[in-house]
Design a protein around this ligand. Sequence first.
Ligand code: NG6
Ligand code: CA
Length: 510
Amino acid sequence: MNRRAFLTRAGSPLLAGFARLSAQRIDKALPNIVLIYADDLGYGDVSCYGARRIRTSNIDRIAASGIRFVHAHSPAATCTPSRYALLTGEYAWRREGTGILPGDAALLIEPGRTTLPAVLKRQGYATGVVGKWHLGLGAGNLNWNGEIKPGPLEIGFDYAFLMPSTGDRVPCVYVENHRVVNLDPSDPIEVSYEKPFPGEPLGRTHPHLLKMHPSHGHDMAIVNGISRIGYMRGGRKALWKDEEIADVFAAKAVEFIEKHRGGPFFLYFATHDIHVPRVPHPRFVGKSGMGPRGDCILQLDWCVGRILEALDQHGLTRNTLLIFTSDNGPVVDDGYKDEAVEKLGDHKPAGPWRGGKYSIFEAGTRVPFLVRWPARITKAADSPALISQIDLLHTLAFLTGASLEEQAAPDSFNLISALLGRDPQGRPHLVEQAGTLSVVVGRWKYVAPSKGPRMNKNTNIELGNDPAPQLYDLEVDPGERNNVAAEFPDKVAELAALLEQIRRSPRTRP
Ligand code: NG6
Ligand code: CA
């Protein structure tokens, strides 16, 4: 079905009218698109997905007039592969070097490639990214004091305001477009992931300088009293203040919306919350009763509120397609002693799912996923459709009338009907990625055998690795407690063959 036919057949009288408009008028009516991408936020971390001890009223507002997906996935159980797949529509496991990147890695996505922002830009969108990047910058051996490229501007974004990697990785500075913000040329930045700079204090040698201590790893450069991964020196005026990161990102995101309110615009707002180090602004400290992890959830909810408010204020809510989701599942102790474990109580970050961040069990990738677009979604509903963030590229290309070249976005399905809550099926199959791969078809989930460790001792997360094949019936056993591989050898063989075929063929999309 082409887009015009979809618009006509989609049923609502509004849509029929929409389709009768001239092509030019249709383009004018293209929705703004805001993608809010939380970091390490679990399925059970927000109240509209069942959290009781914490109230996320702004996130809940999205659910209250939108579609709440219960079988939506991030492409992988960690950040870099998820973001790579989100922006390219290609499963990250097809590519070497798409694991968690160090902060001095080169840009992973080749300029000129079809990406989500590039497609939307071609359709006339102003495209912006604000927040955590973690897809590498530059072409290798980057000089942080010069022009920082290639980066987001070379792969389809018109504007970028970034944390280059993660909050726990150096360099701890913001990058706006091609430059480090507030860089004093007389105090240049040096970054190394190999060896410390002589004379610089480190977390492991100067623990008395720390206001937050590592529980594992994170014992290198000290910035703002927090030791990080990697070494850096210089750039003192440019260093971010951890307490302000959420405010700074929210302000930049709102600025982008205001500047482009004439539309259409695409904003990829990649919050750093609730990744470590969790250092909420003082106004959120102690507010959740769950320590910094809970306080950062409240801070994230506040950021979402700022976006909703900006859309309301400028009359943009009705024709803005807003998507809220997370880059991977939850982790409680991810490397700092921040009381997350001690104050967790009966809160269940993963909701009903087993595992967490890094895990091939469902909690690794089954994340909150909310879609609101008042002009087209008129009734709040839950959707059981199987959908992945990897599908956004094809789906949004279709929605905006863009055609995709044969080679582009090889694993991205056009799920427009599912996205708008009209198709309860979604994908025919989905490959989930952690240390190993799994494939989900209908009620069945097959996990490929793996020699990896069963547990990640540091994070206390069950990784789901097993040298034997695993088969779960997600319908009767959503918590993946009973491996029924021995009972259904034919199903195991069928799904193992499907996974092998998907692995070998360069693409899965129709
Ligand atoms: C791990 C870090 C963890 C986090 C993760 C990336 C250690 C011991 N652990 O290697 O703290 O930074 O990488 O998280 O260093 S992600 O959400 O960006 O994928
Ligand atoms: Ca993450």
